[in-house]
Design a protein around this ligand. Structure first.
Ligand code: C5J
Length: 223
């Protein structure tokens, strides 16, 4: 698992070893991907996000097959909302606010049906699930300690949405010294132009935030 490998990425090759890398799948939850959840209450068309599920699954299965470590995140709040800043709950005019009862249970609340990771990408034994109250996976979670304990230095990132929780997590990780690769067809936004802009800004200025590559190129590097 420590064999040096390379992904043909942008803006230049991404070197990694499976044993030092975590595959991090951000917020592939019913709340964002299915009708009736948080994403739709904000006025978004969730079908855009559903399109990446087969790719995310293909990459996840390839990563599992080589024995790589997997982290799943969920954006979720405690039932008493003690970890939800009022500014987050009260902003804007969503059809339902965080904590309100919706068709998949309470919006963005831990343990509710809508807060679960979609069945196609459900975590399996040995994979880490991080519940995060913010957009970034490092804020107010134990993620740094979990990665440090496993000697992880590199993150391969997929999930939703590209410019919100994915980008925030990559920027947090970059500042903590992790080398991050974003899978281009394993991430999506409700706003396609925001996805493209995010990919461009991540890899600009000599990979100032990180690298990007198609899922097939990561899979090729695992052979
Ligand atoms: C959002 C996320 N978009 N997972 N959350 O509110 O990107």
């Amino acid at each position: 698992l420590l064999k040096p490998r390379t992904v043909a990425a942008q803006p230049f090759d991404y070197p990694f070893a499976i044993g030092r890398t975590a595959l991090v799948i951000i917020d592939m939850q019913r709340d964002f991907v299915e009708p009736g959840g948080f994403g739709e209450t904000l006025g978004n068309d969730v079908s855009l996000l559903q399109a990446i599920v087969p790719t995310v699954r293909r990459v996840l299965e390839a990563w599992r097959a080589v024995g790589g470590f997997v982290v799943h995140t969920r954006e979720s709040h405690a039932p008493d909302l003690s970890d939800c800043p009022p500014s987050k709950r009260l902003r804007g005019a969503p059809s339902l606010r965080i904590g309100d009862e919706g068709p998949m249970g309470r919006i963005l609340i831990a343990g509710e049906p809508g807060n679960a990771i979609i069945d196609e990408l459900a975590p399996i034994a040995g994979e880490l699930v991080i519940d995060k109250p913010g957009k970034g996976a490092f804020y107010a979670t134990g993620l740094t300690d979990e990665l440090t304990a496993r000697g992880i230095t590199h993150l391969v990132v997929m999930g939703v949405t590209t410019e919100v929780c994915v980008q925030t997590t990559m920027r947090e990780a970059n500042d903590r010294g992790y080398d991050c690769l974003l899978i281009e067809d394993g991430t999506e936004s409700y706003f396609p132009a925001f996805k493209e802009a995010t990919l461009a800004m991540i890899r600009a200025q000599g990979a100032i935030v990180g690298w990007t590559a198609p899922g097939a190129d990561l899979i090729a590097a695992l052979a």
